[in-house]
Design a protein around this ligand. Structure first.
Ligand SMILES: *[C@@H]1O[C@H](CO)[C@@H](O)[C@H](O)[C@H]1NC(C)=O
Ligand SMILES: *[C@@H]1O[C@H](CO)[C@@H](O)[C@H](O)[C@H]1NC(C)=O
Length: 765
């Protein structure tokens, strides 16, 4: 039973259909890519019952049409395992937000391991009924483990075993402005922003959930995994071998990571050029992976590689590598030694600078009541961005627009046909309660639907809580921005959800939200820099979370789970996850504060909080100074939007004129390209080269020439390595920096000045 064949089976079905393209999900949460599934592929002969024929072929091939509605689901085992799998996930994903590179907590791991544990629990738990007083009886062990329990645990973990957007503002305020938000306020804030998103799922659900034409590719992929797990339950020999491989790899990887992450940090960045010429500054800058260009630099630290090399299709990896070469190996040296930019300071930093190249004292810009101190601004002068940070922003804008345009031009035919069907369905269906007649919906009719009222109550409770928090000025944003953010969220949730349901493309709306907030807040005299991230968390989660919850509900739909149990499990997951997020934040902030606020430098360049720094940089630019000042100083930035709109059009034209060209214009996904170029390499540039080599081995060589082996082990190994790595980080954190901080003594492989032995660079810096 296990994860191996899984998504591959989905891909195979897909190939049988007529998939030509692969979708990359630029999502904040999942980093799984899957082949695009064409919902129209279908070749049925008269044999298939009409209500099954209504389903797209890929769905027919994946889901099971058997269901036993009496299977117990919300069991004691479910609760135990959900908690066990949520707690480390919520902790790790929070920790990761402060690191420069990291691997996400693997949902495949939850799916695979919870199934094994569940079956074990079903074996060992006593078959006893326990009384809960007035609440009635419950079964400690109601019989054999079912795949539905595994599915529900996975859904619960999807919801709870994640980080929280709300942490950005809380950390930013604390790290940069020394303002600590009350713990209760922080936790309720994080709960409510997510619950708003959950309740917004209620808006989109009628359009996107029941209609079989919206297949939700990622949900389908996970369903395939579940089906394979339940099938391979029957073959115990095979599954025990896979289990052995899984745990051996997991433990091996975990033990190894004590080296790059603690004992022997040199292995996290093998800088050949520095070994050859340790005292030559130029060679050092070229070769260093920690603050240099990462040229010919290899890494043995999984956080710099991650399972993306086993999940992303090969050509996506090629596009990403090309973008890395352009960004780190061409643009960086052209600024440093060439004439690309006249402002040469801060090239490898994402902070803000004075004209003379020293760090901008951003707190001096604010008066005690949070206004822009014009006297100070005139004294200090213009705010400068490092050149790399400037092109990061430029390409971020480009990626945002390109995301839309690419989908529209390349996906036009499938989008328009789905839209036509949607309209037709609405017309033929005069009653508002949409009656879908396919087999899946019929089977789901056995279960009680979640009443709309539940969503309304959830929304009302969250809204009032948020309003109280903001109106009492306990967070950094004026209350009326909440209304704007929520209205904005409710408008975009359905169209963006529609796009995601069909193509798996998730638009990252963060940049846009912050910019919008920047414009709005200029009307206000008092404006806290952390406000932009509060707004971003509210407006962002209203859509991100709505989409995740819908996706998970679609899994529930495919797996015949009762909708009410799914709804409950998602709330339950979040209730557990958020306090853990908060605890993890407190723990990281108290043990790593010196690294995070820049008083000390982390030798591994890991605990830099570089994403928080970016948020602060944005906040100063958008909130305190205002977007118009930013665009006046950097007039080229808005052209990023133009580039993002134009590039997909050019490629599309090229593709239309030369559809069979060897250059394969349709694969040069500009969105992927631009968003890679918006990555900041100033802290860590080791990785991409190793990533590319690793990806070539797994997704090109093994995929093509050792396919049987690949199919059996690729996803299993991806989950095992990610998990082994995460376990190591967790253990290292708990052992060496949670209580008393114990630093690794210096030795040859952990040099005091530069762990990668790039001495000239370290001395200069
Ligand atoms: C503004 O900045 C100037 C110069 O740094 C300082 O003297 C003044 O007190 C500041 N004003 C306020 C209201 O903080
Ligand atoms: C490329 O990116 C877009 C989003 O901009 C996505 O929808 C599309 O499916 C991706 N892949 C291909 C091959 O087009």
């Amino acid at each position: 039973m296990t994860g191996t064949k899984i998504p591959e089976d989905a891909l195979e079905t897909v190939r049988k259909g007529q998939a030509e393209t692969v979708v990359e999900s630029i999502s904040t949460k999942s980093n799984v890519s899957i082949e695009q599934i064409d919902s129209e592929a279908g070749s049925f002969d008269g044999e298939i019952p009409p209500d099954i024929a209504e389903l797209p072929q890929v769905v027919r091939d994946t889901v099971s049409f058997e269901d036993d509605p009496t299977t117990p689901i919300l069991t004691f085992r479910y609760f135990i395992l959900s908690i066990i799998f949520i707690v480390p996930g919520a902790f790790i994903d929070t920790m990761n937000t402060y690191r420069t590179t990291s691997a996400a907590y693997s949902i495949f791991f939850v799916q695979i391991a919870s199934h094994w544990f569940g079956k074990w629990l079903a074996k060992v738990l006593p078959k006893k009924r326990v009384s809960l007083g007035k609440l009635g009886l419950f079964d400690l062990n109601p019989g054999p483990w079912s795949i539905k329990e595994t599915a529900l645990i996975t859904i619960t973990a999807n919801s709870g075993a994640t980080g929280s957007q709300g942490l950005n503002s809380l950390s930013l305020a604390e790290i940069y402005y020394g303002e600590k938000v009350n713990a209760a306020v922080a936790i309720f804030f994080m709960w409510t922003i997510v619950f708003v998103g959950y309740s917004y799922a209620g808006i989109a659900r009628n359009f996107l959930l029941y209609d079989p034409q919206f297949i939700w590719p990622l949900a389908l992929m996970q369903t395939t995994l579940f089906q394979t797990q339940s099938k391979s339950d029957l073959d115990s020999k095979q599954s025990s071998k896979q289990m052995k491989v899984f745990f051996c790899v997991l433990i091996g990887v975990c033990v190894w990571h004590f080296f790059p992450e603690y004992v022997w940090p040199m292995t996290s960045s093998l800088a050949f050029l520095c070994w050859v010429a340790p005292e030559n500054y130029t060679a050092n800058f070229l070769g260093s992976g920690l603050g240099g260009m990462g040229f010919l630099n290899f890494t043995l630290d999984w956080s710099n590689i991650t399972s993306s090399i086993m999940l992303y299709p090969y050509w996506v990896q090629v596009v990403e590598f090309v973008a890395f070469v352009l960004g780190a190996w061409i643009l960086i040296p052209s600024v440093k030694w060439g004439g690309l930019s006249s402002f040469k300071s801060g090239l490898m930093s994402n902070s803000l600078f004075l004209a003379n190249g020293t760090k901008y004292p951003t707190t001096d810009l604010l008066t005690p009541d949070l206004q822009l101190n014009m006297t100070a601004y005139h004294e200090l002068g213009e705010v400068y961005l490092g050149a790399q940070r400037a092109w990061n922003m430029f390409f971020d804008y480009a990626a945002y627009v390109s995301g839309f345009v690419w989908v529209v031009v390349f996906g036009y035919s499938s989008l328009s046909s789905s839209f036509k069907k949607l309209i037709k369905a609405r017309k033929s269906n005069s009653s508002l309660s949409l009656q879908y007649t396919d087999r899946l919906n019929k089977m789901q009719a056995v279960y009680k639907e979640v009443p709309l009222l539940w969503y309304i109550i959830l929304f009302a409770a969250s809204f009032i809580t948020l309003l109280v928090i903001l109106a009492t000025k306990s967070l950094f944003m004026p209350w009326w921005c909440l209304i704007v953010g929520l209205v904005f969220g409710s408008i975009i949730v359905t169209p963006l959800g529609w796009l995601y349901a069909l193509s798996n493309f998730q638009l990252a709306i963060g940049t846009f939200n912050e910019l919008l907030y920047g414009y709005m807040i200029q009307l206000q005299s008092s404006r806290h820099p952390a406000g932009a991230t509060v707004y971003g968390a509210i407006a962002g989660d209203a859509w991100y979370r709505a989409q995740y919850i819908l996706q998970d509900q679609k899994i529930g739909h495919y797996m015949h789970l009762p909708p009410r149990s799914v709804f409950f499990s998602q709330i339950f997951g979040e209730l557990i996850g958020v306090p853990i997020n908060y605890a993890a934040m407190r723990w990281v902030l108290s043990s790593k504060m010196d690294y995070l606020n820049g008083t000390k430098e982390d030798p591994l360049h890991q605990w830099t909080g570089q994403s928080i720094t970016s948020y602060n940089t944005n906040a100063i630019q958008y909130v305190v100074l205002g977007p118009s000042r930013l665009f006046k100083n950097y007039p080229v930035l808005p052209y990023g939007f133009l580039l993002g709109a134009g590039a997909p059009l050019v490629l599309y034209a090229a593709y239309r004129f030369f559809p069979n060209s060897k250059l394969k214009f349709n694969l040069w996904n500009t969105t992927v390209f631009f968003s890679t170029l918006s990555t900041f390499y100033g802290n860590i540039s080791t990785g991409p080269l190793s990533l590319f080599i690793g990806g070539t081995i797994t997704m090109f060589y093994a995929y093509r020439y050792k396919h049987a082996l690949w199919k059996k082990y690729n996803y299993l190994l991806a989950a095992a390595i990610d998990t082994g790595y995460n376990l190591a980080i967790l253990l290292i954190f708990i052992c060496f920096s949670a209580g008393k901080v114990i630093l690794m003594p210096n030795w040859w492989g952990n040099n005091e000045l530069s762990v990668e032995r790039c001495f000239a660079l370290a001395k200069a810096g």
